[in-house]
Design a binder for this molecule. Structure first.
Ligand SMILES: [Zn+2]
Length: 61
């Protein structure tokens, strides 16, 4: 089953609410997988404004 992406922070989850911010606005229409392991060292995380390690969608519809 495809994971859902949070519309607020783009984190991917199999739950009914985002584990990062608790949002229930989730979408299965997303593309591009980003895995952030170390927020401090990740330029991608900085660019995207991600502040917590995890798996994220690049684009969420
Ligand atoms: Zn979220």
């Amino acid at each position: 089953m495809k994971e859902l992406a949070c519309l607020k922070c783009r984190m991917l989850t199999n739950e009914k609410a985002c584990p990062n911010d608790g949002s229930t606005e989730l979408s299965k229409e997303w593309s591009g997988l980003i895995i952030i392991i170390n927020v401090e060292k990740s330029q991608v995380a900085k660019t995207l404004g991600i502040s917590k390690a995890g798996r994220y969608a690049l684009k969420v519809a």
